[in-house]
Ligand binder design. Sequence first.
Ligand SMILES: C[S@@+](CC[C@H](N)C(=O)[O-])C[C@H]1O[C@@H](n2cnc3c(N)ncnc32)[C@H](O)[C@@H]1O
Length: 247
Amino acid sequence: MDETAETTRAAWAVASQKYEREHEEHLAAGRTAELLPSEVATIGALLPGADVVHPLSGHGLDDLAMVRLGARSVHGLDYSPAALGSAQRRADALGAPCRYTRATLPGSGLPDACADLVYTGKGALIWLADLDAFFAEVHRLLRPHGHVFVHEAHPLVPLWTWEPEEIRVRPDRGYFERQHVNDTFPAHGAVEQQHPLAEVVMACTGAGFTLEHLAEHPEPFWRPDGATAAAWDGRVPNTFSLLARRV
Ligand SMILES: C[S@@+](CC[C@H](N)C(=O)[O-])C[C@H]1O[C@@H](n2cnc3c(N)ncnc32)[C@H](O)[C@@H]1O
């Protein structure tokens, strides 16, 4: 693993300890966790009876939401021991059919054709330098006609300032830069990979998927406590979602 990747892993090892410290709060959140309405509209019909794999599963609250919507199983993959351990503890406490395995994506370590749906996003693709390798792995994991779904921060997001009055572009960021260092939280110091939207789509279709849905959304998937940025007032994109079928 190169130095950048090692710095990022170390930042996540520390940041994920929050899920252990705040076990009770996250357990309470897990009891009622829901996917976003736009996610339910796009993948709700795919979930009943589905075996789901969730690369970069983080706190795993979305896994509990997918189980509630009918998923038969969810297998979360992450490289942070604290994220994995706390997600497993919550799932076990709630009797949810979720299991968590340590993996450094894009390699998953899972067998071929083990999933009906691969679900990921909400701060996932930015940690992967090689999207071609990632979507090739996702393709391998899916059963024929299985789907991959991504709900992710829009690649323009690193450019927006969090100023409340006016939407501004950060002078130190560019849409076509390859990476930048996270200077906020939770993973302060981690190196984020930048993937323009076209790169995401081409990596996905290039791996052998047919695009079924691609949308840009004004709402961020995450608002840091207390922050109200003008960039979140509905005028510019903050997230995108993609659904593609394995051919
Ligand atoms: C912002 S969280 C997002 C995950 C999830 N959507 C959530 O909301 O918790 C990013 C997660 O990706 C994990 N991660 C980052 N790079 C990874 C990699 N190459 N392989 C596996 N896990 C990774 C981190 O440990 C962290 O738990």
